[in-house]
Design a protein. Structure first.
Length: 191
């Protein structure tokens, strides 16, 4: 395990971004997200992210360039909190965290978040249906494209249900598990 990388993925509305910010503040690690990488690449290409996503449907080099950022990050010795659907797969030595949330609670979180301009829903029921559809679509796509099964929770070092927990409580759980894993690996290497 790379003792200085925590990759976070999980359900829509599970608190990945909020938890990542807290972890960065506590650990001093840098933050990287797929969204940041996509926005930077779009700027380099002189287009917006929507156009870049359209082009990615026919131009495999776009996904390859995005994926390579996370693959290369595996070799970097700096500390990182990585908020990404696929970083756990591209950074197998990281401490891999999956955040779960009840879909009804996730829908309420998304609907009440004024910063989520890209996710607009008419009702909680519509949000729930689209959250589940997107989760299935993404998992199916990643399974076909990479052979990566994000629905198999055995792929992760830690799974946390955030439904009834604050982002601070989730961050505490992650840090305690991360530190325990680092200590365990240190002990194993010393024996």
């Amino acid at each position: 395990m790379q003792s200085n990388k925590i990759t976070i993925t999980g359900d829509l509305g599970s608190g990945k971004s909020a938890v990542s910010r807290i972890l960065c503040r506590i650990t001093g690690f840098d933050y990287l997200s797929t969204g940041q990488v996509q926005r930077k690449l779009a700027a380099e290409l002189g287009i917006d992210t929507l156009e870049m996503n359209r082009r990615a449907d026919t131009d495999p080099t776009i996904d390859q360039r995005i994926d390579s950022v996370f693959i290369d990050l595996s070799e970097n010795t700096d500390g990182y909190i990585v908020d990404s659907r696929m970083a756990w797969f591209f950074m197998p030595g990281s401490f891999k965290v999956y955040l779960q949330a009840d879909v009804a609670v996730a829908a309420e979180r998304i609907l009440s978040d004024p910063l989520r301009n890209s996710e607009q829903y008419e009702s909680k029921e519509e949000a729930m249906a689209k959250i589940l559809a997107r989760k299935k679509s993404e998992n199916d796509r990643f399974l076909v494209k990479y052979g990566a099964d994000g629905a198999n929770l055995d792929n992760f070092d830690l799974v946390v249900d955030t439904t009834q927990r604050t982002p601070e409580a989730v961050a505490d759980i992650i840090l305690a598990s991360f530190e325990a894993r680092k200590a365990e690996l240190f002990y194993e290497r010393r024996c």
